[in-house]
Ligand binder design. Structure first.
Ligand SMILES: NC(=O)c1ccc[n+]([C@@H]2O[C@H](COP(=O)([O-])OP(=O)(O)OC[C@H]3O[C@@H](n4cnc5c(N)ncnc54)[C@H](OP(=O)(O)O)[C@@H]3O)[C@@H](O)[C@H]2O)c1
Length: 295
């Protein structure tokens, strides 16, 4: 497939290749828009061709950057994540920034094609698998960055290693906060394992942002999200910390940190449990059929 190379436009992200999941709406789309405006070559990942192409056209138009690409993958499917990683590596020689942003809230327990609980699969296993599959190109492009979108709600989370997928009793809010705690634990463990490689890994809470998040969700959570949406941050505002971690020289070399409002913050006590992080890593490797080693 022919790719449009990023023109040298004098932007701070000229020459950088950024891959963003969940780039068809909300925070991910706003992140893609700003990074394209800063001159990056942006690879948007979406699962729906229509939504993806519409978002890509809007971003190209508004950013005046033709180097915006769309790759399709349903991130609940490990096979599609593997295909996405192959497709990316066939088309691009480098990856400067990987932003794992796609996320869902499911009030009912639904399983994926791989038999995984969907919240855990999309919000955690997809981040783990895609990152592992792209580590070689990230390392070859070092200094490079991994940015994982978590949530302040990780503070309500616990990890039940004996029931990661809510088989013993599923609650949407519990599954969501567990998945977002998993993101912080994964980021810290990844940073430890990547020490000395020139690849950083940081995570963030974007704020409470008025996006498509929670639309279509039934029950009290859905009602609350829809009622509060007019008072929430705009997607552009909610994308600021992701953009900061992807592009700012201020965070060059920082790794394994959690950010809120572009400022380092202390994540929950549970997220500092290194043994738990290691055990979650090992369980995730097993569930994605990958070796636990970093390479
Ligand atoms: N909004 C908030 O207040 C808030 C607060 C804390 C954390 N977050 C986190 O921020 C991230 C972005 O959420 P958002 O608020 O921008 O919500 P959003 O507007 O619903 O965007 C979520 C994105 O994820 C994509 N996605 C969902 N399931 C997918 C799948 N199976 N395969 C591929 N892509 C999939 C969606 O694609 P489609 O367009 O195809 O649905 C969409 O592009 C999430 O990780 C969320 O947990 C949000």
């Amino acid at each position: 497939m022919e790719r449009v190379e990023s023109q040298n436009r004098g932007g701070p992200m000229d020459g950088k290749v950024c891959l963003i999941t969940g780039a068809t709406s909300g925070i991910g789309k706003a992140t893609a828009m700003e990074l394209a405006s800063m001159g990056a070559s942006v690879v948007m990942v979406g699962r729906d061709r229509g939504r993806g192409e519409a978002a890509m056209a809007e971003i190209k138009e508004e950013s005046s950057n033709a180097s915006v690409d769309l790759m399709l993958a349903d991130l609940s499917s490990q096979e599609e994540i593997r295909r996405l990683a192959d497709e990316f590596k066939e088309a691009y020689q480098r990856l400067d920034v990987l932003i794992n942003n796609a996320g869902v809230f499911r009030s009912k327990r639904i399983t994926t094609a791989d038999g995984m609980e969907t919240t855990f699969a999309v919000n955690h296993l997809a981040y783990f698998l895609l990152t592992k599959l792209l580590l070689d190109v990230l390392e070859a492009s070092a200094p490079s960055r991994i940015v994982n979108v978590s949530s302040g709600d990780h503070g309500n989370g616990t990890i039940d290693l004996d029931d990661l997928q809510g088989e013993k009793g599923y609650k949407g809010a519990k599954a969501y906060s567990q998945s977002k705690l998993a993101t912080v634990l994964f980021t810290c463990e990844l940073a430890r394992r990547l020490d000395g490689t020139g690849v950083s890994a940081n995570c963030l809470h974007p704020g409470v942002v008025g996006t498509n998040f929670g639309s279509g969700v039934s029950g009290a959570f859905g009602v609350m999200v829809r009622a509060l949406r007019p008072f929430m941050l705009s997607p552009a505002k909610g994308a600021e910390t992701s953009i900061y971690l992807a592009s700012s020289p201020e965070v060059e070399g920082l790794s394994g940190r959690y950010f809120v409002k572009k400022t380092e913050a202390r994540s929950s006590d549970a997220s500092h449990d290194e043994r738990l992080a290691r055990r979650l890593w090992e369980a995730s490797a097993e569930l994605t059929k990958l070796p636990a080693q970093i390479r």
